[in-house]
Design a protein around this ligand. Structure first.
Ligand SMILES: Nc1ncnc2c1ncn2[C@@H]1O[C@H](COP(=O)(O)OP(=O)(O)OP(=O)(O)O)[C@@H](O)[C@H]1O
Length: 240
């Protein structure tokens, strides 16, 4: 059972998050529990303001909940010191933001190597890994040598996904990855996310407004007013 799988890379249990709102607090997440297994793609859908981005920020350990637990790769993050939490995030969490945020002066390969350089690994092994990852998301040698302005929006988003996978994260968090793309390119990116989730065995959470893309998800959860409001199995791959 998903809900009781203690080895799942990502577990949220009874998470409550509030923001300051004048004299009071606004409740953005109101007792959210969600377990995501390795190799599972969960799409989080729901109206604007329902708490989807807040859920992603809490799962990314970028925001600390007022109550409840967030467990990443078996570690309860509420108990960690900030430096330990940052290290856990670097090692175990890949984040794909809505905009690719690539550095204009760097080629596709170099976008991945910036991170690797900071981690102090040997460049040749890192370069090979970067080349392989970009190849696996569909960028051939010529495109891997291009700078962001020489790539299409969909290709930039592929670089973005490869970059998030570079550290070998067990959790992949994806925020509206298709909002800047047309329907066909958006569908391809969604297809790619389903594939990398299966191949890299990540616990993937994808936030989207676009209900047209949900059939590729293994599971769809709906948010309303800070609560999970129901879920269904999608048409895509699910964890065994
Ligand atoms: N930094 C903040 N300070 C105060 N309130 C916030 C903050 N961020 C979000 N909120 C509020 O928390 C609630 C949930 O917002 P959240 O951004 O998580 O929703 P969402 O479902 O991601 O919305 P959207 O689809 O429009 O991005 C909303 O009422 C929002 O106004």
């Amino acid at each position: 059972m998903t809900a009781t799988n203690a080895s799942a890379p990502l577990r949220l249990a009874g998470v409550r998050l509030t923001y300051p709102d004048g004299e009071r607090r606004l409740t953005a997440l109101d007792g959210v529990s969600l377990t995501v297994d390795a190799g599972e793609l969960v799409a989080v859908a729901g109206p604007s303001g329902s708490g989807k981005s807040s859920l992603l920020a809490v799962a990314a350990t970028l925001l600390t909940p007022d109550a409840g637990q967030v467990t990443v790769a078996g570690r309860e993050t509420g108990r960690l010191r900030p430096a330990e939490r940052a290290a856990l995030r670097r090692e175990h969490i890949g984040i794909v933001f809505q905009q690719a945020n690539l550095l204009p002066a760097l080629t596709a390969v170099e976008q991945l190597l910036v991170v690797e350089h900071l981690r102090g690994r040997r460049p040749r092994a890192a370069r090979e890994r970067a080349e392989e990852l970009l190849d696996s998301v569909g960028l051939d040698a010529a495109k891997r040598a291009r700078r962001p302005h020489q790539l299409s929006g969909g290709e930039r988003q592929r670089v973005n996904i490869a970059r998030a996978l570079f550290t070998g994260p067990s959790v992949l968090l994806v925020d509206e990855p298709t909002s800047a793309l047309d329907r066909e390119r958006g569908a391809h990116v969604m297809e790619l996310l389903a594939e990398v989730t299966a191949v890299h065995r990540t616990a993937t959470v994808l936030v989207t407004h676009d209900t047209g893309l949900l059939e590729r998800a293994g599971r769809v959860v709906w948010m309303r007013d800070g609560r999970l409001d129901g879920q269904r199995s999608g048409g895509g791959r699910t964890a065994p």
